[in-house]
Write a protein that binds this ligand. Sequence first.
Ligand SMILES: *Cc1c(COP(=O)(O)O)cnc(C)c1O
Length: 376
Amino acid sequence: MVLLSGPNLSGNEWKYVKECIDTEWVSSVGSYVNLFEKMLAERAGTNYAVATSSGTTALHTSLHILGVGHNDYVIVPNLTFIASLNSIKYTGADPVLMDVDANTWQMDLDLLEDFLEKECYIEGEHLFHTKDKRRIPAIMPVHVLGNMCNMDRLSDLCQRFHLIMLEDSTESLGSRFKGKHSGSFGLMGCFSFNGNKLITTGGGGMIVTDDESLAQRSKHITTQAKSDRLEYIHDEIGFNYRLTNVAAAIGVGQMEQLDLFLDAKQRMKKFYFEHLGNVGDIEFQGVEEHVDPNWWLFTIKTNKMRQVLTALNNEKLQARPFWVPMNRLNMFVDDIYYNYEDISGQVYSKCVSIPCSTNITEEQMNRVVQIIRSQY
Ligand SMILES: *Cc1c(COP(=O)(O)O)cnc(C)c1O
């Protein structure tokens, strides 16, 4: 089986994990946790980074610390992985599902601006939804597949409408807008190191921020809000969301190879663009000016999506459809879905992700291309 997006553990991972076990520093404190955090902050260009047990818990922690709670709304793209939505629901808030741009598959900023101007009002320093007067404290852009929207424009809208930006950067390690790394635009940003992400720790996540107090609060709340080194004194309801030193050791080994992985993704992208660019009605994800995507999960758009999906999987070349749009899932059918013409649904019905691991060989990509070509 050629995996869609599998791990690539060919560096120092084993050596570092062995060291954790040999020294018995296996749990949630240790030098690898600190080093991994430092490497992420450096890469993202933020002052601080706090490791967490997953991308989902990073998002939940961030929303919680930003004061998002019961009866609030958080604006989020309708086309994302379920974890973005789950983290919002954990806080007691509800999502406002925003449709996506037909070209980039990121949140549609024209639509967002329309929503903010026509459906919301500002009172004091806060944004409210006109219809039910509920507060909209935050927006969670998701850099879908490692692509990004025009972050200048999004930042301007956030400022104009008093929206806190929390970036779901879980798919966009290495992606940049005007040279600035994803995750560093919002007040907080979150990364994921799940097995299928660009780098993996088995499972894990990271919060990045420039704000010292938010970083300290993140560390505190993810460590059961422990407030004394000796006594079991805790000063609020906390979470056990820490990353282990063993996982962080894998992460350090992975971060050492990040630039190699990003190069591999560029080669993969170039290969598929060259060999699939003129096949049938196949289209690729559009990229806005100033965006440098990491090309995390390579996805093509075609009317023959179902045929391509089946043909590849029959040949043990793993392919997956896009996420089912959030507004179609049972838990969210009653939530607001703001759209002109359900672009999410159209993108979903035509998109298929194809094998693109960082260690994919040219021979394997050739097989993928052959199978896809034979469908047209
Ligand atoms: C992977 C992912 C997450 C969650 O990360 P986990 O580490 O799996 O919890 C959140 N949002 C998006 C968009 C993702 O792709």
